[in-house]
Design a protein around this ligand. Structure first.
Ligand code: BG6
Length: 279
């Protein structure tokens, strides 16, 4: 275990951002004229063998404990590996950083894959995760850009854009099988859902008087997560009261929407954040 070095800062007129090589983890994005958009836990680990709590974890090549369960570490190895960071470039009003992780997998997942994450910070934050199968056999993997967003109070926000979508409910005690969303999502307890959706999602936050827009490409799933009281208290790297100020809206390809890649083939998932003041 070693303490994490400082993240790389990406600065341009339109925004500031910060990215760790550890996990290719974006830990800050603040567009000019707005409050910080990405939430970070005050209790996060800052060790080279543990995941960071907050920002945008890259979950890959499995999600949670994997499609059949039992996979470790949780959410895949990529978020606790050092990625190779390439130089930042400036174009127009944005700065871009590329990070790569090449490897042959683990004993339980012995598949050579190359992951490349492009982070473009400007008036919008745009991430692209491209995975290439560098082996000689087909491989199936899961992925998520597990974005933590700052909210004024989780009990006051509304997630718009998933009406009529089907979802798997992973919260404790939830009904099994596919569920059907009716209306916007509002929060009144632990929420852990994997939606089938490709449409844009809007997080409306009356307390912070802003709207965050989430756009995705190459992503069949959106995961919506808030741990609420008991789960927050049970997590050592999450403050007991911090659940009130965050929500995760993740772009993903998981469970039945995992990606199968033939040898030499690539897949790209895009995830974009934009923020607007509420008038
Ligand atoms: C979410 C999962 O994406 O991540 C939840 O749907 C999980 O089930 C959460 O609890 C946090 O995971 P972790 O491994 O970062 O504590």
């Amino acid at each position: 275990m070693a303490p994490l070095p400082s993240p790389r800062k990406l600065t341009c007129d339109a925004a500031t951002a910060a990215v760790h090589a550890h996990g290719a983890h974006v830990v800050e994005w603040t567009p000019a004229g707005h409050l910080p958009v990405l939430w970070m836990s005050a209790e996060s680990w800052a060790d080279s063998d543990k995941p960071i709590r907050g920002g945008i974890p890259v979950c890959f090549p499995w999600f949670g404990a994997g499609r059949s369960g039992g996979m470790a570490p949780a959410h895949g190895y990529a978020r606790i590996q050092p990625w190779q960071m390439h130089g930042a470039t400036q174009d127009g009003d944005a700065s871009t950083l590329v990070l790569e992780l090449a490897g042959s997998g683990t004993a339980a997942f012995p598949h050579p894959l190359l992951a490349r994450l492009t982070v473009r910070s400007g008036r919008e934050l745009h991430l692209e995760l491209t995975v290439t199968n560098t082996g000689d056999a087909p491989v199936t993997f899961e992925e998520a850009l597990h974005t933590y967003l700052v909210v004024g109070d989780i009990r006051d926000v509304r997630v718009i854009g998933l009406d009529e979508c089907q979802y798997v409910d992973k919260a404790p005690g939830a009904a099994a099988g596919l569920q059907h969303q009716i209306g916007d999502i509002v929060f009144a307890g632990e929420t852990d859902r994997v939606y089938r959706s490709t449409d844009d999602i809007v997080l409306e936050d009356p307390r912070l008087r802003r709207r965050i827009i989430v756009r995705r490409s190459g992503s069949a799933n959106a995961v919506v997560w808030n741990p609420w009281i008991d789960k927050a208290a049970a997590m050592p790297d999450f403050g007991d009261d911090e659940w009130q100020g965050m929500v995760c809206i993740e772009g993903a390809n998981v469970l039945g929407d995992a990606i199968e890649l033939q040898p030499g083939a690539s897949h790209t998932m895009g995830y974009t954040l934009a923020v607007e003041h509420l008038t």
